[in-house]
Write a protein that binds this ligand. Structure first.
Ligand SMILES: NC(=O)c1ccc[n+]([C@@H]2O[C@H](COP(=O)([O-])OP(=O)(O)OC[C@H]3O[C@@H](n4cnc5c(N)ncnc54)[C@H](OP(=O)(O)O)[C@@H]3O)[C@@H](O)[C@H]2O)c1
Length: 257
């Protein structure tokens, strides 16, 4: 392991959207902290790359290709995690899409698809994982991905479905944190600001867009791998043992003003 610290030693977590971007980075970070990772998304080759990188660092990972829009994927993923690694301690509800159009031209099927991937699928896996954790009697942790756009409007990007979905995630985090606190399951969220990934690459290619965004970040820079893994491992760990129902902004101060 590159930065092995054993914070999550012996634990097992499912990370959705682990084929790319923040999901891959968080999967690596959790594995570095000693957690075995079930990497889930649609693209098997990219999941294998994530798993190979974890193995190279001395961690444990398994690949489970899945489309989170398919009903039943939650129970199937949980069953695979328990089959492969014998238990389930955590889930990172990270798979997400950000398509959209000006609201007056919004295609409602496309709108519903974003809500399906970004909210309903997260609810399905959270629910399946909670059943397994309650059944095992050892509690657990969940981290759901919100966004700075769960807290404020996007500027001229036609992202009504995305912003609505991330607002819903923040409320789901509160509600599920409240519902499962008695069973020792902590549910928290991360609200990233700007981290360069394939999701936002087309947006920052637009002239002036990157400069405009950086100008709105008080710390004056984009988020790094360390920034997101530090926050994810913290929320997964016992150091966050008294935190539930909370979404943590990881945005360089962007949402502070
Ligand atoms: N990057 C940022 O600055 C930022 C800021 C705020 C919030 N976020 C949130 O962070 C999360 C990750 O975003 P990212 O920036 O890392 O984007 P990304 O690189 O585009 O990754 C998105 C991930 O979601 C997976 N996914 C999408 N649809 C799926 C489906 N139907 N079934 C299974 N997996 C699916 C993709 O895998 P496959 O294509 O292989 O299925 C991919 O691994 C998202 O929830 C996003 O909203 C990102």
């Amino acid at each position: 392991m590159s930065d092995a610290d054993g914070t999550l030693s012996g634990q097992v977590a499912i990370v959705t959207g682990a084929s790319s971007g923040l999901g891959r980075i968080m999967a690596l970070g959790l594995a570095d902290a000693g957690c075995a990772v079930v990497a889930a998304a649609r693209r098997e080759d990219e999941l294998e790359t994530t798993a190979d990188r974890i193995a190279e660092r001395g961690g444990r990972a398994a690949v489970v290709p899945v489309d989170v829009r398919e009903r039943g994927h939650g129970d199937a993923l949980v069953a695979r995690a328990r089959e492969i690694f014998g238990r389930l301690d955590g889930v990172v509800l990270n798979a997400g899409v950000a398509t959209g159009a000006p609201a007056e031209e919004e295609d409602l099927d496309a709108f519903a698809d974003v809500l399906n991937v970004n909210v309903t699928a997260q609810m399905e896996l959270a629910s399946a994982a909670a059943r397994a954790m309650i059944d095992a009697g050892h509690g657990g942790w969940m981290i759901a991905m919100s966004s700075i756009l769960g807290r404020r409007a996007a500027t001229g990007m036609g992202l009504a479905a995305y912003t609505a979905s991330k607002g819903a995630i923040e409320q789901l985090v509160r509600e599920l944190g409240r519902q499962w606190a008695g069973q020792g399951i902590r549910v928290n969220g991360l609200a990233p600001g700007y981290f360069p990934t394939p999701m936002n690459a087309p947006m920052v290619e637009q002239p002036g867009r990157l400069e405009g965004m950086l100008a709105r970040i008080p710390l004056g820079r984009a988020g790094t791998e360390e920034d997101i893994t530090g926050a994810a491992v913290f929320l997964a760990s016992d150091a966050a043992g008294y935190i539930t129902g909370h979404t943590l902004a990881v945005d360089g101060g962007m949402s502070a003003w």
